[in-house]
Design a protein around this ligand. Sequence first.
Ligand SMILES: [Zn+2]
Length: 269
Amino acid sequence: MALIKKIHHQEVEGVRFGKYNLADNSTTVMYSLGNTIIDSGPPNQWKDVKNYLSGTNFKKVVLTHHHEDHSGNSAGISNYFDVPVFCHKFGIEPIRKGFPLKLYQKIFWGRPKKFDPLPMPDKIDAGNGHILKPIHTPGHSPDHVCFLEPEKKWLFTGDLYLATRPKLFRADEDLAGEIESLKTILTYDFTTIFCAHKGIVENGYGELQKKLSYFNDLVNKVREMNLNGETTLEITHKLFGKKDSAGMISFRHICFENLVKECLKVKAP
Ligand SMILES: [Zn+2]
């Protein structure tokens, strides 16, 4: 596997890269708008990412967050193409110093080379008349940002969306933060979203609204079951079933039970 698929929405091109095309989240979509590339793809895809970028006229890269499948080729791109790579200030240190990876992450996406990114400006001139506004949306990771193109009402969502009713959660994700970020993002005016895994979602605003109410309902449900004396594992099995293959592959770094545990950390309204 390599360059799996190109997708288009008006002037936006998305390119899906990945070593194993098993599910949306095992591959990553890099987006291109004007002279700007959003995310730099998994590091084990460097050869194909380089080939793809060689055929474009990009001038800069902006990162949605530091996770290896999003920031992974920043060093390669910066060295080979001599262009700036920007990320949120909270992402600079992990990208500069490197960050721990689980075995499944090394197998699926590879280890990024260390790199010193530039701090994200308040707005990005993406060329062809497009301005992108970075919006800090922590939760999935502390440095997560979405990019809004206000004229077109487009939103590049990185890993904020992923699914309307997700069951899987990383051990280091912060659900309370993600709920706040969903509320923040829904105060902006947009329609189509560009998800780094799901691809183009035409009614993205509506799907993010649904995701927020799904989380709110889930938090209430889990809290109630817990008050009735059920353990997080029992709740997990009841709500999501016992077969959690991602949980097995990742040694529970990304699994159903993480989401249930996080629900109990969200403060009661
Ligand atoms: Zn991520």
